[in-house]
Design a protein around this ligand. Structure first.
Ligand SMILES: [Zn+2]
Length: 362
């Protein structure tokens, strides 16, 4: 059965890539301000792929105010387990247009790779499922187990309706195991199974100094600059080696087990492989202490300032801004508690706030 499915996959590879390109052309961005009609269109395109793969009972699952989810199944393997295949059809906003080598929603092949918003995350995940199912059903006539497919439409905006949707469709989605195609491969050409992901503690920080922004020539001197105050606070979050310097943050981190140590080492994932994959610029050092890249990526917490704003390039003027804002995200690992971590971080930022500036979290 597997041989026939693989042969089918081989001869239809080009068409599978075309299917993926077709999905990438639909700007199915789930963020506020983007047209919801595109999410409807992408859900319908996914449903069509599911139908062509040979899945049955293909339909859009609707929930008030939620982008449509897509469902399909093939349940003709009695006494065999049922796997639920998950992916999502919504995408992130395209971001800064000038940074794209080709337009975000015009998929382009460069060096044997397909580029476009969603080409990887997560329309490749959808096509992975539909191509696999189609290869079995059309190439070998059947699947070795029962399959249910759920393709979400709001993953990039925190899956707001997913818990309620799961509850409402509990029987429909009942399965023995779930395969999520929304993670990366360890290396190009090396298929990988991700067994766990880091968690996230994230919040906004606002530093306020005055009611309104003031002219820097008239008022600068006695008045603290909120941007510099926030910068000092952010700079205090890491030490000289880029390790998190918030007291207590590593206290609960579960030590690496012998199995993990052995398994990470077997990947032979060193500094140079990491630098290449991350496209780090020459001379830029890696940070975070002495652990190997795999341990830093998978088993240690890390912190990033995801966005920072006071004024903007467009509105830049000779002023002391009234406030400065940033969004912080800390990736958590096993045994770290989200609420406790947030408390430690916020407490540290407050203690480090200079000059009596007002600090707010949201
Ligand atoms: Zn994703």
């Amino acid at each position: 059965m597997l041989r026939k499915a693989l042969a089918y996959r081989e001869t239809h590879q080009q068409r599978f890539v075309q299917d993926l390109s077709g999905l990438v052309r639909i700007p199915s961005c789930s963020f506020p301000g983007f047209p919801p009609a595109e999410l409807q269109r992408s859900a319908e395109a996914v449903a069509e792929l599911c139908g062509r793969a040979g899945l049955e009972h293909v339909k859009l699952l609707r929930f008030p105010d939620a982008p449509p989810y897509v469902y399909g199944d093939w349940l003709h393997a009695p006494r065999r387990p049922t796997v639920l295949l998950y992916a999502h059809h919504d995408v992130q906003p395209p971001g800064r247009e000038e940074l794209w080598k080709s337009p975000a929603f015009s998929p382009a092949v460069r060096g044997g790779r397909l580029y476009g918003r969603g080409a990887c995350d997560d329309k490749a995940g959808i096509c992975l499922h539909t191509a696999a199912v189609e290869s079995f059903l059309q190439g070998a006539g059947k699947l070795p187990l029962n399959v249910k497919v759920l393709i979400e439409g709001e993953e990039e905006v925190s899956s707001r309706h997913l818990p309620a949707l799961l509850e409402k469709n509990a029987r429909l989605l009942q399965s023995d195991t779930i395969a999520i195609a929304d993670t990366g491969n360890f290396e190009t050409g090396l298929p990988s199974i991700t067994t766990s992901l880091r968690g996230l503690v994230a919040f906004d920080v606002t530093v306020r100094v005055t009611e309104r922004s003031l002219h820097s020539g008239m008022w600068g001197g006695p008045l603290p600059d909120p941007v510099q105050a926030l910068s000092k606070m952010l700079a205090s979050l890491t030490d000289a080696y880029g390790r998190i310097a918030v007291p207590g943050i590593y206290r609960d981190v579960r030590p690496l087990s012998a199995v993990e140590r052995k398994s990470f080492a077997s990947l032979r994932y060193g500094e140079s492989a990491f630098r290449r994959q991350a496209s780090a610029l020459p001379g830029v050092q890696t940070v975070g202490g002495k652990s190997s890249p795999a341990v830093k990526l998978w088993r240690e917490p890390t912190l990033a300032v995801n966005a920072i704003q006071a004024s903007s390039r467009k509105d830049c003027a000779n002023v002391i801004n009234e406030s400065a804002w940033c969004h912080l995200g800390l990736r958590t690992v096993p045994d770290m508690h989200a609420g406790k971590t947030a408390k430690l971080l916020m407490g540290h930022l407050k203690r480090m706030a200079p000059w009596g500036v007002k600090v707010e979290f949201s």
